[in-house]
Write a protein that binds this ligand. Structure first.
Ligand SMILES: *Cc1c(COP(=O)(O)O)cnc(C)c1O
Length: 367
């Protein structure tokens, strides 16, 4: 790898293939694979990542919002796309762009049927979401009769799948709760199938569900974080490769005297003769202020340099007093060796948050 000469996010498509193959190896051959590419494919690049997945054995994509699905269609992606959390204002666009909605409440079900009929659709594929304990989105078990009654009055839509989402699939202490969610979902699905007279696909597992609940893989699994290299446990992290490396460069080095302050609001005071480096990455790039004041760190020439003072919009200052380095040297914020999950932990957050925070201002490079 040539060293970074500006702030870049390097995305390793080979690692993406590795992670896909690893997760796929956990499945029965007939289980379908949905790749979750919401939020710019977890902060990387949804178009390049989706294009790469189209060369692999991926059956479905999911995004959170309609706009994200439109961006994929604009880029020529033809794989079916499930929109997990659409709003009714976008239903016409959603149909125009062959995106498939998650219908999660009486309101969105009624509204989607209305728009589908207005657009003269027959058997437009939809996915019905049930709440089994996350209490976020989804119909309740006792909504089945209502849904079936609505479906019986129209041929504008067809239920491609029923799904639910686990609340704590990564948490071994919540096995009982998770198994109850899975059982509830199976019961709902059985009732639904018997009342509607056909068998939609069923899916409930995210990445940790795939790893921890093989009995619940059902027709399809929905993987996000695992594809991007994190397994929500030290053991699984070993089997996966982070796809993204966030790198930057030392813009300037300062030698400061004892009791000088660094940055806005003079938040850091030097303890002695110290050396600081200024790095061109700030909270507008995804290094949130929570990483300031020595909670977060970067790696320069193999050594940790803590972020001192407040994170600025476009810069951070780090302490390099004990590091042999020069202006122009490469700075690692995270990479496969210095994991985003470890940096996240230092600021009491999680890998999901730090990787999805890398803003669109940061240049993406694909290897
Ligand atoms: C984001 C999301 C996923 C992916 O979860 P991971 O833990 O990243 O694998 C799956 N299903 C739904 C409904 C989601 O919102």
């Amino acid at each position: 790898m040539p060293k970074a000469l500006e702030t870049i996010l390097e995305i390793d498509l080979g690692a993406l293939t590795h992670n896909f193959n690893y997760l796929k190896s956990k499945l029965q051959p007939e289980t379908k694979f949905l790749a979750v590419v919401k939020a710019f494919a977890y902060g990387s690049d949804s178009v390049e990542v989706a294009k790469h997945f189209q060369t692999l054995d991926v059956d479905y994509f999911a995004v959170a919002y309609t706009k994200e699905g439109v961006a994929l269609r604009d880029a020529g992606i033809t794989t079916p796309i499930l929109v997990l959390h659409p709003q009714s204002i976008n239903f016409k666009t959603l149909i125009d762009r062959c995106l498939e909605p998650s219908l999660y409440s009486p309101h969105v079900l009624k509204e989607f049927i209305r728009v589908a009929e207005l657009q003269s659709q027959t058997n437009y594929p939809v996915h019905i979401k049930f709440n089994t304990g996350l209490n976020r989105l989804g119909f309740w078990e006792n909504d089945v009769d209502y849904i079936v009654s609505k479906l019986n009055l129209t041929n504008s839509i067809v239920v491609k799948s029923l799904f639910s989402h686990l609340a704590a699939s990564e948490d071994a202490d919540e096995k009982k709760f998770t198994k109850r969610q899975i059982d509830n979902f199976k019961t709902i699905a059985q009732e639904f199938e018997s009342k509607i007279g056909y068998k939609p696909w069923l899916h409930i597992c995210n990445t940790s569900g795939v790893i921890n609940y093989p009995e619940a893989h059902l027709s399809m699994v929905r993987c996000g974080i695992g594809l991007y290299g994190f397994g929500n446990s030290a053991k699984e992290d070993q089997n996966l490769k982070p796809i993204a490396s966030l790198k930057s460069i030392i813009s300037q080095i300062h030698k400061i005297e004892p009791n000088e302050t660094v940055g806005y609001n003079r938040a850091y005071t030097s303890k002695g003769y110290e050396k600081t480096a200024t790095i061109p990455i700030g909270h507008a790039d995804g290094i949130n202020r929570i990483y300031g004041n020595e909670k977060g760190f970067v790696v320069i020439n193999g050594k940790k340099a803590s972020i001192i003072g407040n994170v600025c919009m476009d810069m951070i200052m780090v302490n390099i007093t004990n590091i042999d380095c020069n202006e122009g040297d490469e700075v690692i914020i995270f990479d496969p060796k210095h994991k985003a999950a470890d940096l996240a932990e230092s600021a009491e957050t999680i890998s999901y948050e730090i990787i999805t925070s890398v803003s669109q201002r940061v240049k993406r490079i694909f290897i």
